[in-house]
Design a protein around this ligand. Structure first.
Ligand code: DQA
Length: 140
């Protein structure tokens, strides 16, 4: 069974309370439970990690080197963390960038993703189903 590591960055532990108009009303635990069911249907197993700390995200990406894939919502770090970009570039495992919201429809500073060039692909704007679409990407 393929193992996919799902990594969520800063403030994503606040889902459910945080700007529900942009990010929905479900908590991260609820989204992870939903993804676990969907992944089992697809024959995938998931490992979850959330951190608000940039260095912990770097380590989590490095530690995922033995997994079959990574789904990464780097939150605001998407837009400026060269350390996270370099961590992604340092592993050969495919990393799929995910955002709940459509970052290209929002403020201009969110239109830049410094991690996109080192990711296999990106999914943004489909709420929790951005993660589901990222799961499907491991079959294409
Ligand atoms: C986000 C978009 C980012 O711009 C923002 O900083 C987040 C969440 C998303 O999932 O839509 O924290 O990554």
């Amino acid at each position: 069974m393929k193992n996919i590591v799902v990594i969520n960055g800063p403030n994503l532990n606040m889902l459910g309370e945080r700007e529900p108009d942009k990010y929905g009303s479900e908590t991260l635990a609820e989204i992870n439970a939903y993804l676990t069911v969907k992944a089992a249907e697809l024959g995938l197993s998931l490992t979850f990690l959330q951190s608000n700390v940039e260095g912990e995200l770097v380590t989590a990406i490095q530690d995922a080197a033995g997994a079959d894939g990574v789904i990464l919502n780097a939150g605001a770090y998407t837009h400026y963390s060269i350390a996270i970009r370099d961590a992604i570039a340092s592993i050969t495992v495919p990393v799929v960038e995910v955002h709940l919201s459509n970052i290209y429809k929002r403020e201009e500073f969110r239109h830049v993703s410094v991690i996109a060039p080192v990711c296999k692909g990106s999914v943004a704007g489909f709420g929790k189903d951005s993660y589901l679409l990222a799961l499907y990407s491991f079959f294409v």
